[in-house]
Ligand binder design. Sequence first.
Ligand code: HEM
Length: 154
Amino acid sequence: MLLLALALALQTTPPGEDAVDPYLQSNANAGATPFTGTAMLAAFHGRAGIDRIADDLVTRIVADPRIADIFKGQDEVRLRRLLKEQFCYILNGGCAYSGRTMREGHRNLGLQTADVGALIEDLQAAMRTERVAFHAQNRFLAKLAPMKRAVVER
Ligand code: HEM
């Protein structure tokens, strides 16, 4: 208990990011179990490819007229960092995920099913631009699909 309190108290805010309320960090917060082996990491062109896809995704979603308003005033630096970590963790790229759970991270955003559809389309465009093989795109999307339940509010 003391160790937990200490760990929470010691959480620091990375440069350029807004502070968030302390939470327990765990890979389990990523919302999916990682792939095994290296095939998916290779299909996404390694850590560099994952970073390019996450960066491209954020660039697309903040400019996507269907969902751009949702990102106004949000911490884009933190979002970029955590999407890279989450994707890298799930693709078995050797990263740890240090963000909140999908439910906590999207609480009070009022997200609807259509918002998830728009984000997934933007992710597909980012993966296409990186020339990720179609079957690998779909295997990754299948990992993300169950997260819809946690991010959509009704
Ligand atoms: C499966 C789909 C999704 C995944 C994998 C995902 C992933 C993430 C991650 C990793 C974070 C960071 C959590 C943290 O701050 O600790 C986050 C935050 C956020 N996400 Fe998503 N997300 C998804 C769907 C969506 C959708 C559909 C929208 C809106 C259209 C959205 C908008 C946001 C916003 C605005 C934040 C920042 C919240 C804040 O700064 O407090 N997300 N998301």
